[in-house]
Design a protein around this ligand. Structure first.
Ligand code: DX5
Ligand code: ZN
Length: 234
């Protein structure tokens, strides 16, 4: 059964993306974070929806076995996501996020994810209008706003997506929805304050954390800056 996804007022969650960890040393990299994170972000890429390949459900299954208490945040960047819901749910992910661009029957897909015991998330690419998400906002636990074009870690943040984060934050308040807003791509200690002030609840960071000389210190620093920004904006 999936954990519930919620945050206290003034809180921000940090989700390191293992895509930027050395794949031959991933377990050491995650354990080296010394618990300085809230979710573990796992990027699944198929070489079609995005121009890169990454992992399959067995990575999630092994993570679940190895780290039963960790909240696993699986980001599916694949065509035909409906073919992969069952295997990732069975593997034990908590959150399962699909892209609106590859989901013509999004309601059905979200219902399917929830029926399999996962928290449904929906994601949009930088060039996709945020209005596409409106019909499903009451149904999801997470909205993932891509702030780079998906496929690779280490790209530069696209500031134009902040207006989408602001819109999602306004709609959430107006509709009393309970989704969290996650921002993924190019987040650094320099821009995380602005990202959080726009309304982000969950910060994904890959290269910023795993390429740092001290990943655990960097994750703690990101959280500190993020929480200060959130509290100063209240
Ligand atoms: C990109 C992935 C991201 C990526 C973020 O397609 O969805 O999760 O790992 O990496 P950074 O933080 O390095 O941009
Ligand atoms: Zn991602």
């Amino acid at each position: 059964m999936a954990r519930s996804l919620s945050i206290n007022d003034g809180e921000v969650l940090i989700a390191p993306s293992v895509l930027s960890a050395n794949p031959l040393r991933m377990a050491e990299a995650v354990e080296g974070l010394s618990g300085e994170y809230d979710l573990l972000h796992v990027d699944i890429m198929d070489g079609h929806f995005v121009p890169n390949l990454s992992y399959g459900p067995d990575l999630v299954r092994r993570m679940r076995q190895e780290w039963p208490e960790v909240t696993l945040d699986t980001h599916l960047m694949v065509e035909n996501p409906e073919q992969f819901i069952d295997v990732f749910a069975e593997a034990g992910t908590d959150i399962l996020t699909v892209h609106v661009e590859v989901a013509p029957h999004l309601h059905r897909l979200i219902e399917m994810i929830r029926a399999r015991g996962c928290i449904p998330g929906v994601s949009i690419n930088p060039a996709t209008p945020v209005e596409w998400l409106k019909p499903v906002l009451p149904m999801v636990g997470l909205v993932l706003v891509m702030s780079v074009n998906p496929g690779f870690g280490g790209q530069s943040f696209i500031p134009q997506v902040l207006s989408k984060v602001k819109a999602l934050s306004c709609w959430k308040k107006a509709g009393s929805f309970d989704y969290l807003i996650e921002v993924d791509g190019g987040v650094t200690p320099q821009n995380v304050g602005e990202v959080v002030k726009a309304g982000c609840d969950v910060v994904v960071a890959g290269s910023t954390i795993f390429k740092a000389s001290s990943p655990s210190d960097t994750a703690r620093l990101l959280k500190k800056i993020a929480v200060e920004a959130k509290r100063s904006g209240r």
